[in-house]
Design a protein around this ligand. Structure first.
Ligand SMILES: NC(=O)c1ccc[n+]([C@@H]2O[C@H](COP(=O)([O-])OP(=O)(O)OC[C@H]3O[C@@H](n4cnc5c(N)ncnc54)[C@H](OP(=O)(O)O)[C@@H]3O)[C@@H](O)[C@H]2O)c1
Length: 313
């Protein structure tokens, strides 16, 4: 168990040879490029050492510019930051993987990427249109490529030496099992929605057994209703421990052995989200036992189409 002061610096070892991932990650799913650059710089300055990016977010160049500013200022070096980015659904065909990866690296201004993920297991029609639709507005999927074929292309990126670790996102346990069984290089990271309203204990157990890091997105419930941060169990623990609800939820995620992603464009919240310390075992247990609300906020796992769904009521 990490001591109170060290929790925020927790790093989780990746499959042998791939280094370690900082448990606290800052997500860059921020629509506005100026806000992306500012928030990314703030995140690095307050101490975040893991940035989560994606070609789909269309702002890798803003993240790259933020990193360059911070590296040039001299306080943080490239090697100190763990950068994850993701292959979009329209680039699943093996011949499209390396060009997509290199384009992400160029936009991020990086020689190498620490972790590259297949953003979703759904292949869309290949091309420059990220959201291809037919005349009825239905997504056009690509039946001409399998997930394992795309995975093999990611394995080649590791062989080429410009990508240290590879993994999957928005994947179900069944599909993950298939890839683990067939892979030459096993997934090091699996990124899925997870928080106390969607703890994914079964997936976490499988990941721990196979040395895979579960990287939880929407760690604070994406600010949506029902509000995790207003949950009476979370709020009660926060009051008792003199922490904010967000700090309780993020500490819970780290202490149960996941890495996490949180996002904010508010400097004081970015700082608050890094300023974590360990919560007592009773509080961990209380969250596990007392919270019965079960909500998935993002339907991407079912369709490959990104987007948080507003909950009714
Ligand atoms: N693989 C995938 O399909 C996928 C899907 C979604 C997200 N992601 C990744 O996961 C990252 C995090 O996801 P997320 O945006 O859902 O994260 P989140 O941290 O659960 O939600 C962000 C929301 O919470 C608010 N917030 C942040 N800190 C707070 C605090 N201390 N107190 C109160 N509210 C707070 C933010 O508001 P303000 O900005 O107004 O402060 C923002 O509205 C994304 O950036 C992206 O990198 C991946």
């Amino acid at each position: 168990m990490a001591t109170a002061d060290a929790l925020r610096y927790t790093r989780i070892p990746l499959t042998p040879g791939s280094g370690a991932i900082p448990a606290l990650g800052f997500g860059t799913l921020i629509p506005d490029p100026t806000a992306t650059k500012q928030a990314t710089k703030t995140a690095l300055e307050v101490g975040f050492r893991h940035l989560d990016c994606a070609e789909r977010y269309r702002n890798e160049d803003a993240v790259g510019a933020a990193m360059q500013d911070v590296f040039t200022a001299g306080k943080i070096q490239r090697k100190d930051v763990f950068v994850t980015t993701k292959l979009w659904n329209t680039n699943h065909r093996p011949e499209r993987v390396k060009p997509a990866f290199d384009a992400s690296r160029r936009r991020l201004q990086l020689d190498y990427v620490d972790c590259y993920l297949i953003h979703t297991p759904f292949a869309f029609r290949p091309g420059d249109e990220q959201d291809p639709r037919d005349e009825r507005g239905q997504v056009i999927y690509d039946p001409g490529v399998t997930l394992i074929e795309t995975w093999r292309a990611l394995e080649s990126l590791v062989d080429d030496g410009r990508c240290n670790a590879i993994g999957l996102s928005d994947i179900t346990l069944d599909k993950l099992r298939e890839i683990v069984a067939a892979a030459r290089i096993k997934p090091a990271v699996v990124q899925v929605e997870s928080h106390p309203y969607l703890p994914e204990w079964g997936l976490l157990e499988y990941c721990k057994l196979h040395g895979i890091v579960l990287l939880a997105f929407a760690a604070l419930g994406h600010g949506m209703k029902p509000s995790l941060l207003e949950d009476p169990v979370i709020a009660g623990i926060a009051r008792r421990l003199h922490k904010t609800p967000a700090q309780v939820v993020l500490a819970w995620a780290v202490q149960r052995g996941t890495a996490l992603l949180t996002t904010s464009t508010t400097p004081s919240r970015i700082r608050q989200n890094f300023d974590l310390s360990t919560i007592p075992e009773e509080a961990m247990q209380e969250i596990r036992d007392e919270i019965t609300t079960n909500v998935r906020f993002n339907a991407v796992v079912k369709t490959g189409v990104p987007g948080f769904i507003p909950q009714v009521g």
